[in-house]
Design a protein around this ligand. Structure first.
Ligand code: G6P
Ligand code: ZN
Length: 582
């Protein structure tokens, strides 16, 4: 057995290692500075405590973006030196974020071992490549992101770090070949196991959904399907699940070979960045004249999803509401009922209406998937979703892009059970419109102002908070802009008290709540790597089923105008238009 020594490397704090909404994300050039990654990894080990790290089993993998392979070798060497017992790596270092969560929760090693946590190497939907982003985050034993208590400790540790431990002489591990390598260090044996990236995840999906029913839909000549992985890690799972297991045609996969730089694209599944899929589905510029019935896309690490019908976009806020409304009938995992449902604050209230109708427990949490984890661990929530193209359930503790697609395919398969021999198909558009007719429609749009000057963004937010103390003044401004927009009844900064552990999260977004149920929400993004991104969320409820079929930008135009004037968006940011509209 190859033996290794432990080296203590002198280091010093490097500024700016505070984890954001979902881990530490920076430009690759920042990550490749001497000691940068090492300081963060050692700070994580120190936050977890030496006793917990010693003897543990950790998963290390990610979306395969540029710099992942180097990072994996470094983390293996540091894990060995810190007394970790074994490291599990997905073949070629690839594991989607939901698959990591599934592996941590479900996988049992050959010797009966279970994982204690995971380093996930991804910057999610941010571009990759030598000049783009890299990221790292730590997930706990429940398969979910580390809670703030731990990430705060990690950050504190990065500010005082003096040294890190590394097994410099440990040979590189071949992560392209499945198998186990054994090493021996001062604390005893250390193993690295490389395993198939998809099988644990596929097994879990098969235990949740009725694959036979979905297969009937996907192989029916009446149904056409398209999936775009945007050159992210979802491609590895899409091929296995949609093609090999469910019989979809290979030609229904777009950009399903994972690439280190996502083919130069922005791996974010929305109407702006998933251009190829959008036109294939008959939307956007150069629309295809004969689009498929169903289309979906994922982000770089495959936890996000976008759902499209033929010439039809499903907003993520509607998507979670529709999945929740149909889950018990269409998805075997939920057949005995839902424990509860939850959404993030800026997500539209479409889910609230379903929860009320079905008499389900309902929770509104701050932005960030980690807030759902506590509810799920306490058995309070089965299905949850966010406007930011995240949807999922308590089968794992991350949002899950492929799960969302399987959920939609299950609903379509269920509704079309009797239509697949020539009958008229119930389409995605039919399902959504039927939902609006029953529950009303929440018109919804999000305006993003990316890479705005950080100081200007702060000033805009401070201004909006200040305005909240004079609602009378706010309503005067509104009436001066649009007399057809209702009055603001209430305005606040969203604050959340976790019902499970009692912890309080403040300053989670600025809300203006209107008398007719409309909402304006302003938030600063927590996931960018440069400057600041202002997000403006605009929502309006329409209960009258004769008015739910309008174009959403048109229906929301008055409220948008009010939002831009009220916030003095252009004055503060110098921007006359957002960079992305979803
Ligand atoms: C990540 C988190 C999501 C969250 C999103 C918000 O994707 O996993 O839970 O909704 O970030 O991003 P933002 O840029 O709006 O902070
Ligand atoms: Zn992601």
């Amino acid at each position: 057995m190859v033996t290794f020594k432990v080296t203590r490397v002198q280091s010093a704090p490097i500024d700016g290692q505070k984890p954001g909404t979902s881990g530490l994300r920076k430009k690759v050039k920042v990550f490749t500075q001497p000691h940068y990654l090492h300081n963060f990894v050692q700070s994580t080990f120190n936050a977890l405590s030496a006793e917990k790290v010693r003897g543990s089993t950790l998963v290390v993998s990610g979306d395969g973006r540029y710099y992942s392979k180097d990072a994996i070798q470094n983390i293996i060497k540091m894990s060995a030196a810190n007394g970790v017992r074994r490291i599990w790596v997905g073949q070629n270092g690839l594991l989607s974020t939901p698959a990591v969560s599934a592996v941590v929760r479900e996988r049992v090693g050959a010797d009966g071992s279970k994982a204690n946590g995971a380093f996930i190497l991804t910057a999610s939907h941010n571009p990759g490549g030598p000049n783009e982003d890299f990221g790292i985050k730590y997930n706990m034993e429940n398969g979910g992101p580390a809670p703030e208590g731990i990430t705060d400790k990690i950050y504190e540790n990065t500010k005082t770090i003096k040294e890190y431990l590394i097994a410099e002489d440990l040979p590189e591990v071949d992560i392209s070949a499945i198998g186990i390598s054994n090493f021996s260090g001062p604390e005893g044996q250390f193993d690295v196991e490389v395993f198939d990236a998809a099988s644990d995840y596929v097994k879990l999906m098969k235990s949740i959904f009725d694959f036979q029913l979905i297969q009937k839909l996907l192989t029916s000549p009446q149904f056409t399907f398209c999936y775009d992985a945007l050159s992210g890690v979802a491609g590895a799972y899409a091929k296995r699940i949609f093609v090999e297991e469910l019989g979809a045609k290979e030609s229904s996969l777009l950009n399903c070979v994972p690439k280190e730089d996502f083919g130069g694209g922005h791996p974010d599944p929305n109407l702006t960045y998933a251009k190829e899929l959008v036109s294939r589905m008959g939307l956007g510029k150069n629309p295809n004249s004969d689009p498929p019935e169903f289309g979906a896309a994922a982000d770089g690490d495959a936890d996000r999803n976008m759902i499209l019908g033929k010439r039809f976009f499903v907003t993520p806020s509607d998507s979670v509401a529709i999945i929740a409304a149909n889950a018990v009938q269409a998805i075997p995992y939920f057949s005995s009922g839902l424990k509860g449902v939850a959404r993030s604050m800026p997500t539209s209230a479409a889910l609230d209406v379903v929860a009320k109708h079905l008499n389900l427990k309902f929770f509104e949490v701050p932005t960030g998937w980690k807030f759902f984890g506590n509810l799920m661990d306490a058995g309070l929530c089965s299905i949850c979703g966010e406007e930011s193209f995240g949807t999922g359930s308590d089968h794992i503790r991350e949002k899950d892009g492929i799960w969302a697609v399987l959920a939609w395919l299950s609903i379509l398969a269920y509704k079309n059970k009797d239509n697949l021999n020539g009958g008229k198909l119930v389409t995605v558009e039919d399902i959504v419109k039927q939902h609006w007719a029953t529950f009303g429609r929440h018109y919804y749009t999000r305006y993003d102002y990316e890479n705005v000057d950080a100081g200007a963004a702060k000033e805009l937010m401070a201004y909006l908070v200040k305005m909240q103390s004079s609602i009378g003044e706010v309503n005067k401004i509104i009436k001066g802009v649009r007399s057809d927009v209702s009055n603001v009844a209430n305005a606040d900064e969203f604050e959340y008290k976790d019902p499970v552990d009692g912890s309080i999260s403040k300053h989670q977004g600025i809300r203006y709540l209107f008398e007719d149920g409309s909402r304006l929400v302003f938030r600063l993004s927590g996931t960018g790597s440069e400057g600041a991104t202002i997000r403006l969320y605009i929502e309006q409820y329409e209960k009258d089923s004769s008015k739910t079929g309008r174009d959403s930008q048109e229906a929301l135009a008055p409220l948008v105008e009010v939002a831009l004037k009220l916030s003095k968006m252009q004055e503060f940011t110098g921007r006359s238009a957002p960079t992305v509209i979803t």
